[in-house]
Design a protein around this ligand. Structure first.
Ligand code: NI
Length: 255
């Protein structure tokens, strides 16, 4: 069994064929999927999808790309809803915008506080901003956990993330040709600290690069990790599934 721990199935891209997408996921051993919210509308849609489909879970958060038009005010009433398993996607993105850094940071800090208060893990987005996000989390070391989703820094930072008690999210880019840094991370970080994800509809793995991504393709990420670590696909599935259950408290029997 595989768990896709990061999929935006609550976007336009799946509005016509979500049921087929979920069937293909099942056929490829992807039995549970965490649907990631980014703003109030997508948070609410994530929750309603999770209520309609057993295999789906939801997260609620304010993505750094949405901070200009969104506050965290609505989150408090959503975090206690059934099947909400984390706060996020939240974090800091300095690749697209630097001018609103202070706002990005304060909205991220608010979500760290919420995560502590409601004892939920964080799903963190960073881009060219690992250090900034890390510094926000450091004062809460031991009081909050989560995943650095779609990890995009180097091995040194991956080790710091693990030391902070966080997981490393690995997705499609691990299958790309120029993935030396990610390969080095997967080689050197214990599988106990790794989660597999797709970030659907973005970042489709080889051989679908550039196309719409979907949870079924998590299997390519799993296969690549097995190849890099020179272990069996079954072992990668087993450990990463256990990791997802531990972090997100999904309940039910793993394997
Ligand atoms: Ni995402």
């Amino acid at each position: 069994m595989i768990i896709d721990t990061h999929a935006h199935l609550n976007t336009e891209e799946y509005k016509d064929d979500l049921n087929e997408v979920l069937k293909r996921a099942q056929k490829n051993n992807v039995k549970k999927i965490i649907v990631i919210g980014m703003d109030e509308a997508s948070n609410e849609l994530a929750i309603s999808l999770a209520n309609e489909h057993d295999m789906l879970y939801a997260t609620v958060g304010v993505h750094p790309g949405y901070v200009d038009h969104e506050t965290t005010e609505h989150l408090e009433s959503l975090v206690t809803k059934k099947k909400v398993v984390a706060i996020g996607e939240c974090g800091i993105d300095l690749h697209w915008r630097q001018d609103n850094y202070d706002l990005q940071r304060s909205i991220f800090l608010e979500q760290i506080e919420l995560a502590k208060r409601f004892k939920l893990p964080l799903v963190i987005h960073t881009r060219s901003s690992f250090e900034e996000a890390y510094q926000c989390l450091l004062p809460s070391k031991g009081k909050v956990t989560g995943v650095f989703h779609c990890f995009s820094s180097d091995l040194k930072d991956a080790k710091r993330a693990v030391e902070l008690g966080f997981y490393i999210g690995i997705d499609g880019p691990i299958t790309f040709k120029k993935a030396e840094e990610l390969v080095e991370i997967v080689e050197n970080i214990d599988l106990k600290h790794i989660l597999v994800e797709t970030d659907s509809p973005y970042l489709a793995p080889m051989p679908f690069r550039g196309k719409r991504n979907e949870p079924a393709y998590t299997k390519y990420v799993v296969e690549k990790i097995a190849e890099i670590k020179k272990i069996s696909v079954a072992d990668v599935m087993k450990q990463t599934t256990e990791n997802a259950h531990v972090l997100f408290k999904l309940g039910g029997i793993s394997s």
